[in-house]
Design a protein around this ligand. Sequence first.
Ligand code: PEP
Ligand code: MG
Length: 846
Amino acid sequence: MRDTLRQDQDPYVTLITPKAPVSTPTHGGRAKCLQRLIRLELPVPRTVALSFETVHRIAAGELPDIDRILAQFPAGALLCVRPSSEDPDWGGPGSILNIGMNDATFVDLSDSIGHAAASSLYKRFVMAYAIHVARLDPDVFEEIEGVGQEGLSEALRCYEEEAEEPFPQDPAVQLAEVLRSMARAWEGTTARLLRQAKGAPVDAGLGLIVQEMALGLGSGERGSGVLQLVNSETGLPQVTGRYLSQSQGREALEGGPAALYLERDPRGPSLEELEPAAFEALKEYAAFMRKKLRAEMQIEFTIENGRVHILDGMRVKRSPRAALRIAVHLAEDGIISRQEAVMRVEPRGLSELLHRQVDPEAARDVIGRGVAASPGAATGKIVFSSSEAQASAARGENCILVRRETSPEDVRGMHAAVAVLTERGGMTSHAAVIGRGFGLPCVVGAARMGFRLHDKILITEDGRRLREGEMITVDGSSGQVLAGAPRMIEAALDDAFHVFMSWADAERDIGIRANADTPADATTARNFAAQGIGLCRTEHMFFEADRITPMREMIFADSPEDRKAALARLLPMQRADFIELFRIMEGMPVCIRLFDPPLHEFLPSDRAGLRDLAEALDLPVSDVTRRVESMGEYNPMLGMRGVRLGIAVPEIYDMQARAIFEATLEASQEGAAVVPEIMLPLVSAMREVELVRTRIDAVAAAVRNERGREFDYSLGVMVETPRACLRADEIAQHAHFLSFGTNDLTQMTYGLSRDDAGRFMSHYVQQGVFAEDPFHRLDPEGVGELIRMGVERGRRGNGGVMLSICGEHGGDPDSIAFCRSAGIDYVSCSPFRVPVARLAAAQLAI
Ligand code: PEP
Ligand code: MG
C-alpha cells in the first residue's frame, strides 16, 4: 500500500477502520454496517467508503483522487464497487466486480489461480464494464459463446468493435468510469422515481463502497454464497442460504442445481459436508453478528481454500410474521429490550398475520385492481348474486361474491362468500365496512373490470371473459384480483403474536375499542383484546334475512298503531342482541348507537325484493313500489338519517332505549353491573340532544319503575357533522361522551360522497390533489382541524367528557397518531384492525 488516506485531505473518501468517521446519513447503510463488522474484527476485506457528497460530485463531473483510492489496496488487487444508500430498500445501481482486470493482471492471475479462472474473471469484467459502464449493446455480449481464453478474446474483440477503442487497461481509468456510471445511474429519472415510490426522499443520497475482492474463482475450493440463521418467511431458526463453488457475488442464489445447500440436506450436497470448518465459522459469525448488531443478519461470503471472507452483512429480508417472531426471540434472548421489539414491527404488516395471504413468492396473474378495502386473500368460484353465494356455500364450495356494489340484501351473500369484489365503492362503502367487520377479504371499486351481471360474465382488465363458476382470488391486502388459485399462507396467531401484543399493550397510553355489531364481531373483538365496543351500529343487526322484513314493516308503517306493532316485534330481537353483546363483553364498556340508517338501504331495489316485501305486507306490488319510490331521497346520506329519525319518529329510539335497558338489567343479574353507553348519530344541534335525552330518560325511569331495579347508563353524541364540531361546547354539556364519526365528518367536510368517491379517488391521489384517500387516512389539516376544535370546545363545555373516534380511521396508524396528539381518549375500529391499532398506539407511546 503506497499511501494511506488522510481524512483532512479528502473528507469524503474514507478507508473504513473501526474509528473512521462513517455514518448511515453520510455514507449509507452498507458502509456503516461494514464498519460495524470491521469493529467486530470479522474477516472483512479492505474497504473504502465514498460519501453521498462525493458521489453527488462524481455525477456532476468532479472525480475524487482515484490514485489515492487505489493506493489503499495492494498493487494488482481486484476491486468491486457496491452501492450504499441510506435505506437498502431504496435500491441502487448493481455492483461491479473484478475492477483492475487487464492484460497484466490476467497474466499474474493465470499463474496464481489458473488460466481458466483468470480468463473467466477477465471476461466477466469486460462484459459487465461493456454493458453497465460503457453502455454498449448487451445483446452483442450476451451472445458470446466461447469459454476460457477463446471467450475472453471474443469479449475483448466485441468491446473494441462496439466501443471503437480498445478495452481500458489502466485500473484508475476503469475505477473512475465505474464510479461515474454508478453515480449517474443513481441520479437518473427512472431510478429516482423507483426509489421515491419506496419512500425515499427526493434528495436521497448514494454512497459507494470500494472493496478488495476475495477470489471465489480459481484453484482449490473457492466459491461464494449467502447465509442467515432464520427462515425469512416464518422467522423460525433455520440455517438458510446457498453456496456455489467457483462463483462470485450473489451468483449462488441464481446458481440453480449446481448451488449447494448449507446444512446437510436430503435434497443434495451441502457446504457442511464440503467445507465443515468454514460452515461452522460462518454460523458462528452470523450468531455473533446477531448478538452484537442486535438483528438477524444475512452474510455474503467468499471461501478461498478454507479461508472465509465476509463481504457484506445486511438485515435479513423478512415477512411481517418473521419480523414479529425475530423481534420476540431477540428480546427473549436479552439482545434487545421489549420496547425495541415492539418498535421493530410495522403495524400495517400485522394484518398479514391476522388473515390468510397470497404467498409473496407465488406467481400472480393479475386480472383486475381496486381499492384494498378489507385485508386477507381468498379463492373461490365467481357468483353474481347472494342467492347463488348461499347455494354455493350449501354445496360446500368457496365462492367470491361479485356485485356492482352491495346493499343490506347482500349481507347474507357476503356471509356465505369467502371474499367480495365490487365495481363501485371506496374505503367506507357498504361492502368495505361490512367486509372488514366480517374479516372478509374485499376489493371494491374495481371499475376497470367489466361487470356484466345479467350475462353472468366478469371481464378482466386485459379483456378475458370469466363466467360464473370460474375460480378467482381476491387479495384484499393489495387490492388485486387474480385468476385461479395461487399458493396461500395461513394466518399466524401463535404464541409469539400473543407475547408480542402483551408487550405492546404495556406501553400504550390510549384505549382501543372495536366497532362490533353482532355477537360474532364482539367475540372477535374480545379475541383481539379490544377494551370494549366503541360503536355498535344497531341498524346492522337487521341485515340478516329473517330480520329485514320486520324492519321494513316498521319503516312502511302508516299509522302509529301499525308502527307500534312493528316495533313490538323488533323489541325482543334487539333486547336479545344486547344481552348477548353484554355477556360476551363481560362488563367492558359497550357503546350502542341508536339507528342511523339511510332508510333506503333497507328497502328493496329489485323486482324480486319488491315482490317479497309485497307478500310480507300483503299489499299489491304496485303499492309497495310506489311507497319505496316516495321514500327515495336525492341524497340519502344527508337525508332522513341518524338523530333526525329519532326526532321525526321518536318511537323508534324509545324502543331501542327500552331494549338496551331491559338487556342491561338482565345481563347485570349474571355478573358485574352493566353500564351501557347510548350514542346519538348525526347530531348537528344541541336541541336534538336535549329532545332525545328527555325521552330516553323517561324510558329509563319507566323501566326502573316497572322492574323495581336501578341501573346507570351514559348518553353520548357522535360528532360527525361540521356543525357538531363547531358547537361541541354546548353539545358536550348534554353528553357524557363525544365520539368523532370521521367517516361522515370527512364526507361532509370535503363535500365528497363516501359511496361515490372511489370512482375518481385514484386520479386525485395520483395527481397529488390528495396525498392519500381521506376516507382511509384522516386528513389532519381540514377534518383534523375540526376535530381539534371539537376536542377543545367539547372539553371547555364539559371538563369530564370522554372523547373518542369511531370512524374507519380508528384502525389506521397515521390517523391514530393524529388522534393521540389531539388528546383523544380511545379509538375504535373494526375488530380485525384492533391488533394494528394496539401496536400503532404502543409505538406512539414509546
Ligand atoms: C362515521 O360516520 O364515522 C361512523 C362511524 O358512522 P357510520 O360509518 O356508520 O356512518
Ligand atoms: Mg356516521
